[in-house]
Design a protein around this ligand. Structure first.
Ligand SMILES: Cc1cc2nc3c(=O)[nH]c(=O)nc-3n(C[C@H](O)[C@H](O)[C@H](O)COP(=O)(O)O)c2cc1C
Length: 172
């Protein structure tokens, strides 16, 4: 049997804390811009890689947001969000929406979903949700959304995030 020697192996709490980001960075994710409107009607958003499907019946999705996020309290106050699955050519947008405090929507085209949340032009797909649950888990909040509208385009490839960098698909 062929064995491989691990480059990283952590067992103590200190080692696990040190290795956590590097090892979890081996898990490739899509990239989602969670968008909403603030209480003055301005668009707000943040980048998440922790987006996931949860349940088909009822239709639920989820993501995890750090408790230090300055944008998520505005999303929570809005009570709904649009999960925009970014296209491969939207890496600048993915980077910009991960920058705290910036005017993230400068130069960004969007149209409102039926519920009013920003649907980003050029997104690979979008899932519009009412917030069903916000539950603290460790240093993040689990956010569960009830799907009210969704759609997709097959015209573009999705944006991927792997080992701290953006990538796009190529056939295996
Ligand atoms: C590819 C990528 C994935 C990210 N995934 C998450 C995530 O799942 N949850 C989270 O809280 N932050 C995530 N971040 C970091 C947030 O985007 C960033 O901390 C946040 O937007 C800060 O801005 P805010 O203070 O306006 O909320 C991610 C960043 C990038 C670049």
């Amino acid at each position: 049997m062929r064995t491989t020697t691990p480059h990283i192996s952590a067992t103590t709490p200190d080692e696990i804390r040190d290795a956590y980001r590097t090892v979890l960075g081996k898990f490739c994710t899509g990239v989602v811009a969670v968008t909403a409107l603030d209480d003055t009607g301005n668009p707000v958003g943040l980048t998440v890689g922790s987006f996931s499907s949860v349940s088909l019946d009822p239709a639920l999705v989820a993501f995890f947001v750090g408790q230090g996020s300055t944008t998520f309290p505005k999303v929570a106050a809005h009570g709904r969000f649009c999960a925009n699955i970014l296209s491969a050519d939207q890496h600048d947008l993915g980077r910009a929406f991960a920058r705290s405090g910036a005017d993230k929507f400068r130069g960004i085209d969007w149209t409102p979903t039926h519920a009013g949340s920003p649907r980003l032009t050029g997104a690979h797909a979008w899932i519009d949700c009412d917030i069903d649950l916000v539950q603290p888990v460790g240093d993040h909040d689990l956010v569960v959304g009830r799907v009210v509208e969704l759609g997709a385009t097959d015209a573009r490839d999705p944006l991927l995030f792997y080992t701290s960098a953006f990538h796009q698909l190529s056939p295996a």
